[in-house]
Design a protein around this ligand. Structure first.
Ligand code: 6PG
Length: 244
């Protein structure tokens, strides 16, 4: 279903979402490697994509030697901390596949402050994409989840990062004090991606999904707009249950 500039795909189960996401990944990877000799993907944390990463780890035929993995957002914790997105992505995917270490671009969180980590990550992205001054790097794929409050990446409602128009990364203090300090990609770089894939499952997401897709919502996830193609939402029936 196409709704404005969004493609909404609804599946009976998270397993079918994952099957579709693996297919899309394979198609995008093949195209990118064919055209540019490499495929760049930025991955989110959270629960929803865990089984996708495990499914991708089974796909030994994908061009992993030409694939570069970045992180959409990270918690300011050590890599071995249970909250680390890198730790989850590494255990479910990266250490299961033949991917060169130089192709893995985590957010280095052993800097003294989240701001220093964000700056270091921005420099890593800039040098990898070899961006001309003020150019915005273009990831082939950015994979996003949606929080119950409408956040995506670490772009939480009401945080200054939502106004960022120039920086590629930012340090973010989540509104919920119990949450760890974050480092996140910003909207300019997310919206510049070749493909943006939202994944959401479960009835508990139905309200926020409807608002993001159907209303002129100001929620962070509604501020994600693909400047280069279509925004694809992979939803299960629960998450899509309030869509008209
Ligand atoms: C994170 C993620 C975050 C996640 C949403 C949805 O660091 O936690 O990047 O943005 O995608 O919170 O999380 P679930 O997939 O667990 O619902």
């Amino acid at each position: 279903m196409i709704f404005k500039d969004k493609e909404i795909l609804v599946f009976n189960s998270i397993e079918q979402i994952i099957e579709s996401a693996v297919e899309k990944w394979a198609g995008l990877a093949e195209k990118a490697v064919g055209e540019r000799g490499r495929f760049t993907a930025a991955l989110s944390g959270g629960r929803t994509p865990v089984n996708l990463y495990k499914a991708l780890a089974e796909e030994k035929g994908l061009p992993w030697d030409r694939t570069h993995i970045f992180i959409v957002d990270e918690r300011f914790v050590p890599f071995d901390h249970e909250d680390s997105n890198y730790r989850m992505i590494n255990s479910t995917l990266l250490k299961q596949i033949e991917i060169p270490t130089k192709n893995i671009h985590p957010v280095i969180t052993d800097e003294n402050t989240p701001i220093l980590s964000a700056e270091r990550y921005e420099n890593e992205i800039k040098s990898f994409f070899n961006t001309i001054k003020n150019g915005t790097p273009q990831f082939d794929l950015v994979l996003l989840g949606i929080g119950g409050d409408g956040h995506t990446a670490s772009l939480f409602p009401g945080t200054p990062v939502l106004k960022e128009t120039r920086r590629l990364t930012a340090a973010v203090t989540p509104p919920d004090e119990s949450m760890k300090e974050r480092i996140s990609l910003t909207l300019p770089v997310i919206n510049n991606a070749g493909s943006i894939l939202f994944m959401a499952a479960g009835e508990d997401k139905a309200g926020v999904i409807r608002e993001i897709i159907e209303d002129n919502s100001a929620l962070p996830a509604a501020m994600v707009r693909s400047e280069r193609g279509k925004l694809v939402f992979l939803l299960d029936e629960g998450a899509a249950s309030l869509l008209a």
